[in-house]
Design a protein. Structure first.
Length: 74
């Protein structure tokens, strides 16, 4: 080992201590998703073609009829 290498290693401890202090002072970075960055806000579901017909009385009656036919077949 050379004298220069020993001198550098002695200073390395001070440098590492300084770096550790600096890292402890810094706060945790806030990581946002892409949606949060762009300002996306989810909207509620809107009734559409797929959901509207399920509440119609005619559809409910046909569904009950089909279920009763299945029960009768068993």
């Amino acid at each position: 080992m050379t004298h220069a290498a020993i001198t550098e290693n002695k200073r390395l401890g001070d440098v590492l201590a300084y770096i550790k202090e600096r890292q402890e002072q810094q706060s945790e970075p806030v990581v946002k998703t892409n949606s949060e960055t762009n300002g996306y806000t989810p909207r509620g579901r809107k009734p559409g073609r797929k959901t509207d017909f399920m509440n119609e009385p005619a559809v409910i009656a046909r569904r009950r009829q089909a279920l009763s036919d299945l029960d009768a077949a068993e």
